[in-house]
Design a protein around this ligand. Structure first.
Ligand code: H79
Length: 573
């Protein structure tokens, strides 16, 4: 054995090109991960004490970023540790919430950007055992509770940003000077990652975040150590330099259509923060979350949904109640989620989503279409059509590749009525022009599939529209859609919105953003529609490049029209 490597150093003496890992084991772990679909993210740290407020002032943005946003000196922030005493923490209860939600794995912050280790670390005294009155390692309990409950267990570890360390990235208020990343890696990251990989049993995955400073070689060393210590432990793409086992989409970012180039996972919040924030009550509705779960799984992803426990150690009641509602839906409909494959069809709108298993097509009716439901593009013979919720047959007529279903007046499930088609053959045969990947000449990007940027923006399910596009400080409330390489081309653009005369007047911009340069954009003015939804042509042509990161809708100049309700934009090739 190479003791030097296990000590966390990069130079191992051997051939650095020699693989320290087994691709077969990674593939096996990925298969299990792909089947699981739904996991719990837990952001827990010292930031749960200020909970979004510093010295009596509200601090905007995600709660775990408070040290950064309020530019809190290390010496001051460190004092929080002396107050951290989560006496109500009960690992068994947390694992039970995940179980009740129908989640299959749990990922918790072992160290976030603030640099504080939430486990007993021998490497740095800045940890929950040595620096707090709690003086215990909650991760021992939690890893054991998850194992006992049959849940996968993984650690989040901030490998690049560390605001506590002069050589970590991100703290420019205490440490404005240069960084010796190698020293930080050698003295903290490698030995701490070794600790979390060796002290808590089998890890399903390790979840790195916000790469930026570490070099290709440094990341290679980090990956090698993980795979040497735990060959079955998956690594997410945020390790950096393309060295992950699966892709992380952006936070709360869902691809617009099926994406099957690689396995991926969407990390997402239940409100607008990861770490607990006492004033954030903007909880997403269970209906929305269940539809998002169906949406993500239909597109080929996993959903990693976050809870932010309090400084006392409790998962907020609202979070628990929402998660249990999702779990009740999964109790009945889990067959259409776990172990399924992505949709072989593209999605023309937001009425339905689709997952498949051998011999079965699951149509998730996430927006009830009324009594008539046309489903196009399936060539396979259908042997039986029925609802998962009640087992009742659903009558239909067939014309060529179109199935015309007659549905009951009301949904059979309040959230997502799953219509099962038993088909002849193992995999569905899909008619030309309907397959995922073959996008139509006219593509709707609904507000519902967008990431809502900002903490004021709101989505209304009834009118299927987003509103409250406020410009606050330097931040804007916007809609972002993620094409994942599917949209390269030139488009004319339409927008569907409603606006009353009071709110009319602002310029709007629909742009294609590559993450670095100014967007290629088309612009127009929000006009009064008398409050009705109308579809308007936008002047000009939108050029989308293959690698563009997102398509955005915003009010760039003023937010007089913040109250506009945007349902969708339409791209026409
Ligand atoms: O751990 C969670 C986040 O803390 C982390 N990733 C998820 C899983 C994350 N790190 N960085 N970011 C997310 C993006 C941060 C953007 C910011 Fe801001 C810009 C932070 C401060 C300025 C957004 C806008 C948050 C506050 C204002």
């Amino acid at each position: 054995m190479c003791a030097v490597l296990l000590a966390g150093l990069s130079a191992c003496g051997g051939n650095p090109k020699q693989p320290a890992e087994s691709p077969g084991q990674t593939a096996e772990a990925l298969k299990k991960f792909d089947d699981e679909k739904f996991g719990m993210f837990i952001h827990w740290g010292l930031y749960a004490i200020p909970a979004g407020e510093w010295k009596g002032q509200y601090v905007r943005g995600i709660g775990e970023w408070i040290m950064n946003r309020a530019r809190i000196p290390v010496k001051e922030y460190e004092q929080l540790a002396k107050q951290f005493n989560p006496v109500k923490f009960n690992a068994g209860e947390w694992a039970q919430v995940a179980k009740d939600a129908g989640m299959k794995y749990v990922v918790i912050t072992s160290k976030h950007h603030d640099g504080f280790a939430m486990y007993g670390s021998k490497v740095s005294k800045y940890n929950i055992v040595d620096a707090t009155p709690f003086a215990r390692d909650p991760m021992k309990d939690l890893s054991a509770a998850c194992a006992a409950a049959g849940l996968g267990f993984g650690f989040y570890y901030s490998q690049d940003q560390d605001w506590h360390e002069p050589n970590g990235r991100g703290n420019t208020w205490d440490f404005p000077a240069g960084r010796n990343s190698q020293q930080y890696l050698r003295d903290k990251v490698m030995p701490q990652v070794k600790e979390i990989l060796t002290g808590y049993g089998q890890l399903s995955l390790i979840w790195f975040d916000t790469p930026g400073m570490l070099s290709d070689q440094q990341v290679t060393d980090l990956r090698r150590m993980v795979k040497t210590l735990q060959p079955m432990c998956l690594i997410n793409s945020r390790i950096g330099h393309g060295k992950g086992d699966y892709l992380q989409t952006g936070d709360n970012a869902i691809p617009i259509q099926v994406y099957s180039k690689t396995k991926w996972e969407v990390p997402a919040t239940l409100n607008d923060t990861w770490g607990f924030k006492k004033n954030d009550h903007n909880w997403k509705a269970p209906a929305d979350l269940i539809a998002k779960l169906a949406d993500i799984v239909s597109k080929g992803g996993n959903y990693l949904l976050n809870v932010g426990p309090t400084a006392e150690g409790l998962i907020p009641e609202e979070s628990q109640s929402i998660l249990r509602t999702i779990g009740k839906w999964l109790d009945v409909n889990g067959e259409s989620i776990y172990g399924t494959s992505a949709s072989p069809f593209y999605f023309p709108d937001i009425t339905w989503r689709c997952t498949v298993k051998p011999g079965k097509v699951y149509l998730h009716l996430i927006n009830w279409p009324g009594r008539e439901f046309r489903f196009e593009g399936l060539e396979s013979e259908v042997k039986k059509a029925y609802f998962l919720a009640n087992g009742k047959d659903v009558p239909y007529k067939r014309e060529g590749n179109t199935l015309q279903f007659t549905l009951p007046e009301a949904p059979v499930d309040p959230y997502d009525s799953v219509l099962v088609l038993d088909i002849a053959g193992t995999t569905p045969r899909v008619a030309a022009g309907f397959a995922s990947g073959s996008l139509p000449a006219k593509l709707d990007l609904y507000a519902w599939t967008a990431r809502l940027r900002g903490e004021e923006i709101r989505y209304d399910r009834k009118s299927m529209s987003a509103t409250n596009f406020k410009n606050v400080d330097t931040e804007k409330n916007e809609l972002w859609w993620y094409p994942y390489e599917s949209l390269e081309g030139n488009y004319s653009v339409e927008i569907t919105y409603a606006c009353d005369s009071k709110a009319a007047g602002s310029e709007f911009r629909i742009g294609a953003y590559d993450g670095q340069n100014a967007p290629r954009a088309v612009e127009g003015r929000i006009e009064s529609t008398g409050g009705e939804f109308v579809t308007r042509k936008v002047k000009g042509t939108l050029q989308v490049a293959r690698d563009d990161r997102y398509i955005g809708f915003s009010l760039p100049d003023d937010d007089k029209s913040a109250g506009v309700r945007v349902r969708k934009i339409t791209l026409i090739r």
